[in-house]
Design a protein around this ligand. Structure first.
Ligand code: PTJ
Length: 262
């Protein structure tokens, strides 16, 4: 945790981790690769995380197993990163990519060459080259009007499985129309992304990615038929329903016990 000393948040603070993640995003914003809209998006995520109980639920864990199995079975898996992802979990994304043989690609809603360059630099410092940086090698996702349509011809455009996080629903839908399997990490189980993806991990990306690294270690050496079984037995609609039920149950219990959250 030494790297966090720069943020001067006392470790004893009851919301230490949450404050550190805010600081990381604020730093990314000051450095010009997180957009102000990314800070707003994080706030929405925090609100859902509060309702979930700021922990990885069983349904989320089940989705992670299916997601990692999907990635390990894929021929061309790609992890898509944006400003928030780069600020919050760049190191863990690199580890997950290594364990699942996935490429990493920069894909931005508010795309500027400056932001693309800065995010690529973060990953370069961690020892990996990311896709999606070279304007000459970009292909277009059909039926998508936002800047997210610009994807690497060697990456997302030809990928069979794409992991997206903190995403808008449009691209998930467009990628699915292209025949790709989409894994989404999104704290909002009601979002269009969550409802459109093949597998939705309703968890904070800061907990989900480290957990997925452990799961990748566990599943890596398993035979393909076992991975296929995990994927085939997974039902996203059912998982989303379980998460919403988890939130309802938790809130009902809190209401009954006079909101003794701490
Ligand atoms: O870096 P760019 O240009 O690609 O822009 C990124 C943002 C985040 C601004 C852009 O993708 C955006 O506007 O996203 P949305 O549509 O606000 O969706 C973000 C979703 O991520 C919301 O459903 C949030 O609840 C969720 N979310 C926010 N923080 C987290 C999160 N999910 C998981 N972990 C988080 N830490």
């Amino acid at each position: 945790m030494a790297e966090y000393e720069e943020f001067s948040i006392p470790k004893s603070h009851p919301r230490y981790h949450s404050l550190i993640f805010r600081e990381k995003l604020a730093r990314g914003f000051r450095e010009g690769y997180v957009v102000p809209q990314g800070l707003i998006a994080h706030g929405r995520g925090e609100a859902f995380d509060y309702l979930i109980g700021e922990c990885t639920t069983e349904p989320a864990r089940k989705a992670m197993y299916a997601a990692v199995a999907f990635m390990l079975l894929a021929e061309r898996p790609v992890i898509s990163v944006n400003g928030n992802v780069a600020a919050l979990v760049a190191e863990d994304i690199v580890k997950l990519a290594e364990k699942t043989n996935a490429a990493i690609e920069v894909n931005l809603f508010y795309r500027t060459s400056e932001r693309v360059r800065k995010i690529a630099e973060i990953f370069r410092k961690l020892g990996v080259e990311v896709l999606g940086t070279d304007e000459d090698q970009l292909c277009t996702v059909p039926e998508l009007l936002s800047e997210r349509r610009k994807v690497s011809c060697r990456g997302i455009y030809v990928a069979d499985v794409v992991l997206v996080a903190l995403e808008d629903g449009d691209r998930t839908e467009a990628l699915r129309k292209m025949g790709k399997k989409v894994i989404a990490i999104d704290l909002n189980p009601l979002s269009r992304t969550a409802r459109t993806a093949n597998i939705t991990i309703v968890d904070n990306i800061t907990r989900a990615v480290p957990e997925m690294i452990k799961i990748a270690d566990e599943l890596r050496l398993e035979p393909r038929d076992k991975l296929e079984k995990i994927v085939h037995s997974y039902n996203n609609e059912e998982t989303l329903r379980e998460i919403i039920e988890h939130i309802c149950k938790r809130l009902t219990e809190l209401a009954r016990t006079q909101i003794k959250i701490l």
